[in-house]
Design a protein around this ligand. Structure first.
Ligand code: GFB
Length: 318
């Protein structure tokens, strides 16, 4: 397997999107290693503004960039705001990748998503399965933007020798997630719904779709550790999958969520809502060869996230 050793990063690391689920976890992981981190809030730097991004890179000149800034959301948000998803992601990644290269950044880590793979790709999906078939309709806009980001990293590596790598995480969850009812991913969406149903004494909770879709979930702290492993040890144009290697049906996830939140009523499925991709398990052997493995089991990770949600329900994105 081709896993070339990367050059050591000496100097500040700019984390784009440090207030998001993944960016915040990456900043925490970098801080725990005592590394020098640069961040900018959205108010300080609008990443969709090409001139502002270029000025930031020319004046700040970070040694490395982790590009965790993106417009993201669950299945409903992806279907409802296709223009926002394709525009914002194309603008952010194009501006950051180009400006980073022009400012002499030594290494750039681009974050994609497992939804870039074909809807009916062989399971578990390997990196080589990219662009071998049609995409899932609900998130094709987001997926096309992310595929463009991957291709941009590969093109800049080939033409300019830019050390840009692309990581493809599975569905992520954890503290700091978006817990809004409609636009969230399934874990924060269901966590909040089951929690409120228990508080209200509701008899039943409705879960979108058939419950039969399979998903692989990874705690964001494990994702952050994987990102730093790749920053330090991976340097190749081939994308690299990041996942737990464990799958669960949405029905089993709902049952687990009921257990964690203490909801004892009925669970109802609404098949008029989309399931999305039937299955999207990642082959993570490439990443494991770098020495990484996840620390959280799904149940432990959900427990920890629920405790965080209870402590932060005033300030969480609700
Ligand atoms: O998390 P989710 O929106 O992401 O949905 P995707 C996962 C599954 O959970 C789908 C079901 O089969 C949903 O039908 N589900 C059940 C729910 N109840 C709910 C609920 O209350 N909220 C949500 N959100 N889902 C996203 C992509 O797809 O995955 C993004 O749209 C991105 O582009 C992300 O790639 C990681 O796995 O379906």
């Amino acid at each position: 397997m081709n896993t070339p050793v990367a050059a050591a990063i000496a100097g500040p690391i700019y984390v784009a999107g440090h207030r998001g689920l993944v960016g915040a976890a990456i900043v925490a992981a970098l801080a725990s290693q005592g590394r020098d981190v640069v961040t900018r809030t959205h108010a300080q730097l609008d990443l969709t503004n090409q001139a502002a991004v270029r000025d930031f890179f020319q004046t700040t000149r970070p040694a490395a960039v982790i590009l965790a800034a993106a417009k993201v959301g669950g299945i409903h948000a992806n279907s409802t705001y296709p223009a926002d998803f394709i525009r914002d992601n194309l603008l952010i990644q194009t501006n950051v990748i180009d400006a980073a290269h022009k400012a002499g950044v030594a290494k750039l880590v681009f974050l994609g998503s497992s939804c870039i793979y074909p809807k009916f790709a062989p399971q578990p999906m390997q990196e080589k399965d990219l662009l071998t078939g049609p995409l899932e309709e609900t998130n094709q806009w987001y997926a096309i933007a992310k595929i463009a980001g991957i291709k941009m990293c590969q093109a800049y590596r080939r033409q300019y020798g830019f050390s840009a790598i692309s990581l493809m995480p599975t569905n992520l969850y954890g503290p700091g997630d978006n817990f809004t009812p409609l636009n969230s991913h399934v874990i924060p969406g269901l966590m909040r719904r089951f929690h409120e149903a228990r508080l209200n004494g509701d008899a039943a909770v409705t879960v979108w779709g058939t419950g039969q879709a399979l998903r692989e979930f990874l705690h964001v702290a494990d994702m952050a550790r994987a990102s730093l492993t790749c920053l330090d040890r991976y340097d190749d144009e081939e994308i690299i999958n990041i996942g737990s290697g464990e799958e669960i049906t949405i029905a089993d996830l709902a049952a687990l969520m009921a257990k964690i939140t203490g909801f004892t009523g009925e669970i109802i499925f609404d098949p008029t809502k989309p399931d999305g991709t039937p299955r999207k398990a990642l082959d993570v052997s490439r990443l494991k060869a770098l020495g990484w493995s996840p620390a959280f089991s799904l149940e432990d990770g959900l427990d920890q996230t629920y405790r965080w949600f209870l402590e932060h329900s005033d300030s969480a994105r609700l």
